[in-house]
Design a protein around this ligand. Structure first.
Ligand code: FES
Length: 262
């Protein structure tokens, strides 16, 4: 189970109530993790327990008694006596709206995507009950190229296949920054960054032309963190998803970190 945020190491406990269920967790725990520990699934995309919460996708919104607005549960810490609601009609509507925007700018090629069946975007679309998408980007996954002063709209976001172990397909990126944070927090390398804004925002290998030319040490932490088919192991693309996986030491590099492999 991915609890969404890392475990707190505090020895002091706090009890909160989530959707009518009491749950006791260490101080410093996120509302998302407390909810998950109570067995209540909160939709999420940018949160994962391998890196600190960032609060960018806005899918994990909750209502907290006595507070205005709908804070992100991944970046909100528990407080004694807190009463949280995760499944109100208002929250469900907000989450569907967020997912609709994500899907409006994502290729609808799930059936031929190597991540099919192992894609959190796909899972979350189902979890929030998304049926239709009312919005249409200029061109799905457009990438605006400026050409001689004129703006050319092209369905063009080139794949980066320079790394021998994985590919990077920016057309499938939801810019959740999990890969950027994994690179920094898990590996201690600062090879990735996010550039641009809005539709033009994208993950890049720093100032480098490609992953191969960058500071990337091919540890695979970014691939493991990616919730979609954006960063994919080449072996998965070639032979499909493994039927089972175990945690082992991968052959990517000499660092010796743990990585899921077939
Ligand atoms: Fe909390 Fe993305 S999971 S904002």
């Amino acid at each position: 189970t991915d609890y969404g945020t890392p475990q707190s190491t505090s020895e002091k406990n706090v009890t909160i109530n989530v959707d009518g269920f009491d749950v006791t967790v260490p101080e410093g725990t996120s509302v998302m993790r407390a909810s998950m520990e109570a067995g209540i699934q909160v939709p999420k995309l940018c949160a994962t327990d391998m890196v600190d919460a960032f609060g960018s996708c806005r899918l994990c919104l909750v209502e907290i008694e006595g507070r205005r607005g709908t804070p992100a549960s991944c970046t909100t810490l528990v407080e004694e006596g807190m009463k949280v609601r995760t499944q109100t009609d208002r929250l469900k509507g907000l989450r569907r709206g967020v997912m609709e925007l994500y899907i409006s700018d994502h290729p609808l090629d799930c059936l031929t995507c190597a991540a099919n069946g192992d894609c959190e975007l796909q899972d979350m679309a189902g979890a929030v009950g998304l049926r239709d998408v009312r919005y249409e980007a200029d061109c799905q996954n457009h990438f605006k190229m400026r050409d001689g002063g004129g703006e050319v709209n092209a369905c063009w976001k080139p794949k980066d296949e320079s790394n021998p172990y994985f590919t990077y397909d920016p057309a499938k990126c939801i810019v959740c920054s999990r890969c950027v944070r994994a690179c920094e927090e898990v590996q201690g390398t600062f090879a990735l960054t996010i550039t641009g804004r809005g539709f033009d925002s994208r993950v890049t290998a720093g100032m480098s032309e490609s992953f191969l030319d960058s500071e990337c040490v091919s540890c695979g932490a970014c691939v493991q963190a990616c919730p979609t088919g954006t960063l994919q192991e080449k072996s998965v693309i070639d032979i499909g998803q493994p039927e089972r996986s175990v945690v082992t030491t991968c052959a990517y590099c000499g660092v010796g970190c743990s990585f899921k492999a077939e």
